[in-house]
Design a protein around this ligand. Structure first.
Ligand code: DCP
Length: 230
């Protein structure tokens, strides 16, 4: 799925696919990205790609996600290398509808999660350097189109509550402080626009509401979201 052709820009692009709209859904852990994607998956003309989290929990019988939460210093690089590969694969997979919605992106994997591990002292500098070299090479040489970022903006407290409710085994060790740091990194990137480059304009949807109100919010924002394809 990584094939492409060299263009004048020097980047690899997939044949004829750059005219489609790509929308990335970003937000904290348990901010409701899956609910958003499911809501729009009922719309014709939209294809929805959820995050490959099941791959991160089961790689040839290993659980890189679980290992990372148990011992981030040892396994952070392992998980994030694999996340980067699976996200790249998602971005470059064949598009089958005029609008593609994708859960997170290779950008948030690096700017939020790798950054968080490194900044909190849980990732050795050499691991961070290797991941950064990979990321820089990929983004310099492979065209990764994004037309719109939808940011589901939550409070860390809401995410903490939802996380406890869904009780995914690996995530039981996540403290509120971790969600606060992931929140801050999202805000710096997508709201303050002060940390890393933005691959596309940002549409903010407040996402602390209950399910019913969130579905209403998604409907209210439908036109703005779909405008990404025009
Ligand atoms: N994760 C990670 N590094 C990444 C991406 C994700 O460590 N680069 C972790 C955080 C979560 C799990 O993977 O423990 C799934 O993350 P998401 O927040 O992306 O997915 P959710 O299922 O929590 O999203 P939502 O509840 O918003 O649908």
């Amino acid at each position: 799925a990584l094939s492409g052709r060299q263009q004048a820009t020097g980047k690899l692009v997939r044949n004829g696919e750059d005219k489609n709209a790509v929308i990335c859904i970003e937000g904290n852990i348990a901010s409701g990205k899956t609910t958003c994607l499911e809501y729009f998956s009922n719309t014709s003309n939209i294809e929805v790609l959820t995050e490959p989290v099941c791959k991160w929990r089961n790689l040839r019988g290993h659980n890189p996600l679980g290992l990372m939460y148990q011992d981030p210093e040892r396994w952070g690089l392992t998980l994030q290398t694999y996340v980067q590969l699976t996200m790249l694969d998602r971005h470059l997979s064949t598009i089958s509808a005029p609008i593609r919605m994708i859960e997170r992106s290779i950008f948030s994997a690096k700017y939020i999660f790798v950054e968080s591990l490194f900044k909190s002292g849980k990732m050795p500098e050499v691991d961070f350097a290797v991941l950064s070299e990979w990321f820089d090479w990929i983004t310099a040489n492979i065209f990764i189109p994004v037309d719109l970022i939808v940011y589901l903006q939550t409070s860390p407290q809401t995410c903490h509550k939802r996380l406890k409710q869904r009780s995914r085994e690996e995530e039981k060790v996540i403290p509120l402080e971790y969600l606060e740091s992931i929140h801050q990194l999202h805000e710096d990137w997508l709201i303050r626009k002060s940390s890393f480059p933005l691959p596309a304009p940002v549409l903010v949807i407040p996402a602390d509401h209950d399910l019913q109100e969130m579905l209403h919010q998604f409907e209210e924002n439908r036109d703005k979201i779909l405008a990404a394809s025009s």
